[in-house]
Design a protein around this ligand. Structure first.
Ligand code: PMV
Length: 308
């Protein structure tokens, strides 16, 4: 049997603007992960068991554009496998789906690694990253590539579309509380809506994206120096820009406000927006208080994570 695991992720700064070439910062979230086991099967076919999404099926019974089927079929195609081997594939996940925590990328990364290792054609990280990006494009339209990068390398990433991967140092570890609105919101839609805004007035919106890029650039320096208070202010500013892009929602704004009110140093939505998750920067001793305040304000789930 071959197994592989991939973490979730959060975007700290720069979502949406990153699609237009601006820098963004993202970090892995190790508390949540996708785990994949691949083993030979005594029955004929490729049998997929993914209890979290209520899926139990043979590969050929899935529509070809099904996210899991498209990963397996593309890997078989790339490996020139014929006939297909008989396999049992088990996929379990603790990452909420469509909530900005990178669940899709994590499934692809873990499945790709487990399957290619099992088939004796393991891929390098670079190949896993490039393959996952191609799969993300099938399902998300025009992704920047930030999700697949941070999930593949499982390290903090300063990401600029089309540029070599840069990781960054964390001067002083900091604590983030993640709050889930429980509303699943497809990133494709919010990205499409921001594109419409951009098409309506490119000059204005490119200016907004540039301002976000400056925030990401400053945030990287602040993180490297360990100036946490300033980091909170930058988060607040980034959230204002995301509101302007219409990708926040009453629920996200409510959680962001609740976190600030409970003593967070700053807070913003994280990921595609409209639903999904928000993040709050907190002093470690305030993490539980902010987490509780988020739950009282309606968060369906909270995660406390350290960025180190
Ligand atoms: O919703 P998520 O966490 O997959 O994040 C999407 C981030 C965007 O910047 C909105 C889109 C992208 O492809 O970078």
């Amino acid at each position: 049997m071959n197994t592989s695991s991939a973490p979730g992720k959060i975007i700290l700064f720069g979502e949406h603007a990153v699609v237009y070439g601006q820098p963004a910062l993202a970090v892995p979230v190790m508390q949540v992960h996708v785990d994949v086991d691949v083993s030979d099967s005594a029955r004929s076919g490729v049998w997929i068991d993914a209890p979290n999404v209520d899926l139990q099926a043979e590969l050929n019974k899935l529509p070809s554009d099904h996210p899991i089927a498209s990963v397996i079929n593309n890997l078989f195609f790339l490996s020139h496998l014929s006939p297909f081997p008989n396999l049992e594939i088990k996929i379990t996940s603790t990452i909420p789906v469509a909530s900005g925590l990178g669940s899709g990328a994590a499934v692809t990364v873990a499945l790709t690694r487990a399957l290619t290792t099992h088939l004796n054609c393991p891929m390098t990280d670079e190949e896993v990253n490039a393959f996952t990006y191609e799969i993300e494009k099938l399902h998300h339209g025009t992704p920047s590539g930030i999700d697949n990068t941070v999930v593949t390398y499982a390290r903090p990433v300063y990401f600029v579309k089309g540029q070599p991967i840069e990781t960054f140092n964390v001067g002083q570890p900091f604590t983030i509380v993640i709050g889930d609105t429980g509303i699943s919101a497809p990133t494709r839609e919010s990205v499409g809506d921001v594109r419409k805004l951009w098409e309506s007035d490119k000059k204005y919106w490119e200016n907004v994206f540039e301002e976000v890029g400056e925030i990401s650039f400053a945030a990287r320096q602040v993180i490297e120096e360990g100036w946490l208070k300033m980091l909170g202010t930058l988060m607040d500013e980034n959230h204002t820009h995301l509101q302007k892009m219409t990708v926040s929602s009453p629920e996200l704004d409510h959680l962001v406000e609740a976190a600030r009110h409970a003593g967070a140093l700053g807070a913003k939505l994280s990921g595609g927006g409209r639903g999904g998750n928000m993040i709050a920067l907190v002093e470690p001793e305030m993490a539980e208080t902010v987490s509780r305040a988020l739950q009282e304000a309606g968060a369906k789930n909270t995660i406390i994570t350290q960025v180190a």
